[in-house]
Design a protein around this ligand. Structure first.
Ligand code: SF4
Length: 282
């Protein structure tokens, strides 16, 4: 189900804002629920809200609340639902409604547990707020699975930022329980019209006029973003994790990274230096 289109954020690698635009358009709650009802009446009980972000910004919290109330009003009490959730945009009331309406899985795309890197990637997340909101969600009774999306080595990754991400992830595990937090490890696919593409062109990693659809190994290798100097390290760690435990790849990657780079104090992960270099000079 899609309840809205568009995302106002600026994450450096993301193409949603190009495909759907930055202007968020909301589908009326009554229409969404009418569509859900058609499926419900045919036996569907599990829904995935495919929105780029279910709550794209704090100003859309009332829209999310209106939709969840409409679901309750419709009496669909035995459903489960899941979505991409920007966990910086929650309130205790919204957390309660999420649990009451049957949210049993969500994905947080913070990409890194280092506030410094989150800023450099222009993700717009305050990692401290995300943690607080996750505690609120847990307090509201959420006791199911959370997938946390990490893409290491997007920009300026270093041993100390890896140790910060480990610290952040361990804190999420403390909040939800280690078995309920699944680290999903991605390599970013470099997409046209993104800030990351500009960054790669500016540094000569890609050449102007490159073909974004190319399957030639020397181009495709650059488009699956994992640049040096940290690229080989991540290649090795991911390969080792795959060999050791392909059925629990994410947790194995995190364990191997912790073994190699350690776990920083949480406060270090949550603090970012005020001075930062822009991702792309304009
Ligand atoms: S919040 Fe998600 S959908 Fe929006 S720009 Fe960032 S990565 Fe893309």
């Amino acid at each position: 189900m899609q309840t809205k289109r568009g995302c106002p954020h600026n994450c450096c690698y993301c193409v949603y804002t190009v495909v759907e635009g930055k202007q968020v358009r909301i589908n009326a709650p009554a229409e969404v629920v009418a569509e859900m009802r058609q499926l419900y009446d045919r036996g569907v009980r599990n829904f995935w809200f495919t929105d780029a972000q279910f709550i794209p910004a704090r100003k859309f919290i009332p829209d999310a609340i209106a939709l969840l109330r409409e679901i309750l009003k419709a009496g669909m009490k035995d459903i489960h639902w899941a979505a991409y959730i920007r966990a910086d945009n929650l309130t205790p009331e919204l957390c309660d409604l999420m649990v009451q309406t049957g949210m049993n899985y969500f994905e947080i795309g913070i990409t890194s547990g280092s506030q410094e890197l989150v800023r450099k990637m222009r993700m717009g997340y305050n990692l401290r707020t995300v943690l607080q909101n996750c505690r609120d969600l847990k307090a509201a009774g959420f006791n199911a699975l959370v997938s946390v999306n990490y893409s290491f080595n997007v920009i300026d990754e270093r041993p100390d930022t890896i140790a910060q991400t480990i610290a952040y992830h361990r804190e999420l595990e403390r909040i939800f329980g280690a078995n309920n937090v699944e680290p999903a490890i991605f390599f970013i696919g470099l997409q046209p019209h993104t800030h990351l593409e500009e960054y790669a062109l500016e540094r000569g990693i890609l050449r102007p006029g490159y073909n974004p659809m190319s399957l030639m190994p020397w181009t495709a290798k650059k488009l699956l973003w994992n640049p040096e100097p940290m690229g080989s390290v991540f290649g090795e760690v991911c390969l080792a994790a795959w060999r050791l435990n392909p059925n629990d790849f994410g947790r194995t990657v995190m364990a191997l990274l912790e073994e190699r780079f350690g776990c920083a104090p949480l406060e270090e992960a949550l603090s970012a230096p005020l001075e930062e270099r822009p991702l792309v000079r304009r």
